[in-house]
Design a protein around this ligand. Structure first.
Ligand code: ADP
Ligand code: MG
Length: 156
């Protein structure tokens, strides 16, 4: 599934809508180059969950935690050099949430470390400066119809 956005606000609005409707236990893996829009997406997503604190990339601390409708753990693996570091900062304790949500920027760096089921959102630059192509794919037991429904909640 692909969604094209023409401005940062459109990506935020889409992410916000997903944040509003996403159920507990969901993991979202965000991939794409620097400046693709992974953090912007996370910010919009958090806004949808009623989180109004600053959402920035946890590049140095590796994990930020926000509390809204659900607890959100936001990881950024960009600076991580070795998979063993994941264990040190508790990645495995949190990456399969029962009652919260997880977003992982640069999730493709350590594919082996990812939980079984997740939604992958790959963001790429489109034809102009402010265009982005967001590709949604599923891993594990994520239902296709469920994902389509989540993405199509226009205006809700
Ligand atoms: P990443 O976390 O992937 O490195 P950021 O979210 O920090 O990227 O930055 C994305 C940048 O791209 C922001 O400055 C944002 O304003 C800009 N941008 C331009 N157009 C879009 C769009 N359609 N969707 C998302 N971001 C966009
Ligand atoms: Mg980022």
């Amino acid at each position: 599934m692909e969604i094209i956005t023409k401005a940062p606000e459109e990506t935020s609005a889409l992410a916000c809508r997903i944040g509003k409707n996403v159920p507990a236990g969901t993991v979202i893996c965000l991939t794409g180059d620097l400046g693709a829009g992974k953090t912007l997406f996370t910010e919009g997503f958090c806004r949808g969950l009623g989180i109004d604190s600053d959402v920035t990339s946890p590049t140095f601390n590796l994990m930020n935690v926000y509390e809204g409708r659900l607890l959100v753990r936001h990881f950024d693996l960009y600076r991580l050099e070795d998979e063993s570091e994941l264990e040190e900062f508790g990645f495995y304790e949190y990456s399969e949430p029962d009652d919260g949500l997880v977003l992982i920027e640069w999730a493709d760096k350590f594919p082996e470390a990812l939980p079984e089921a997740y939604i992958r959102i790959h963001i790429e630059r489109g034809q102009d400066e402010n265009e982005r192509v967001l590709s949604f794919t599923r891993a594990g037991e994520i239902d296709a119809a469920w994902l389509r429904e989540l993405l199509s909640q226009e205006g809700k």
